[in-house]
Design a protein around this ligand. Structure first.
Ligand code: URA
Length: 245
């Protein structure tokens, strides 16, 4: 018990230090692991997200700050109930300062619209906020430096469902090394928020044969979203991965 308490105090101290280092000056009470959605959420989310974006845009926590053109923080509604998380900005995004604006982004827009949403109804961001040179894979230390930004975005937005796009986003948010082929097709718990992984749109452009699987994944995403909105399943109810029949 004493050990558990010491671990808990250690984790809390580290978390608070990290929040302070990132410029966060206010603490928000949460129900479960993510803040509760309510009037105060709606009023504050936009303002807090804008403030966080301002701080992240001057981030120098890792070497990517020296090679990026600009930070790609995220785009969409601070009140979105659905958040898409990709890997990292590519060349087009680095130049535009917005996520998923190139060929993969155009396909993502079609995927979003195929399940009845528009891009401005959801929130889109990435694990890394800066482009890795030559679009190489994110390094573990870059992910470690950048993840607190994503954690704070998710805390502020407090979505009902997260859809991870591809291996890096899915493995990072689920804390696993399982391949995307094993992760997709199921609903997972991400610290109290339901998470549906699917293939990255860039991978889908290279492998058009995966279209059917992505279609099934986003149908699952829409069902989970509808069930949560209608209260047919409570938030945070998932104790084990859910495989649709
Ligand atoms: N690929 C990503 O993972 N994110 C983007 O923003 C663009 C391409």
């Amino acid at each position: 018990m004493a050990d558990e308490l010491r671990d808990l105090v250690g984790l809390t101290t580290r978390y608070l230090a990290q929040q302070g280092e990132l410029g966060e000056r206010e603490l928000y009470l949460t129900e479960g692991n993510r803040p509760r959605r309510g009037v105060e959420h709606q009023v504050g989310a936009e303002r807090r997200l804008t403030r966080l974006g301002g701080r992240v845009r001057s981030c120098t926590r890792c070497g990517l700050s020296r090679t990026r053109t600009q930070v790609v923080f995220g785009a969409g509604s601070a009140e979105a109930k659905l958040v898409f998380v990709g890997e990292a900005p590519g060349r087009d995004e680095d130049l535009a300062g917005a996520p998923f604006v190139g060929a993969a982004g155009r396909l993502l827009t079609k995927i979003i619209e195929s399940i009845g949403f528009r891009r401005d109804m959801v929130y889109i961001t990435n694990i890394l906020k800066c482009r890795p040179p030559e679009n190489r894979n994110p390094l573990p230390e870059e992910i470690a430096c950048c993840c607190p930004h994503l954690d704070m975005q998710l805390d502020i937005i407090s979505p009902l469902v997260i859809c991870t796009l591809g291996t890096f986003a899915s493995q990072t948010l689920l804390g696993t090394t399982l391949p995307i082929s094993s992760l997709r097709g199921r609903v997972w718990d991400c610290r109290g928020t339901m998470l549906v992984p699917t293939y990255h749109p860039a991978a889908l452009l290279r492998n058009p044969g995966w279209k059917r699987r992505v279609w099934e994944d986003v149908q699952l995403l829409r069902r989970v979203y509808d069930d949560l909105v209608a209260g047919r399943i409570p938030r945070g109810a998932l104790k084990a991965p859910l495989t649709p029949e």
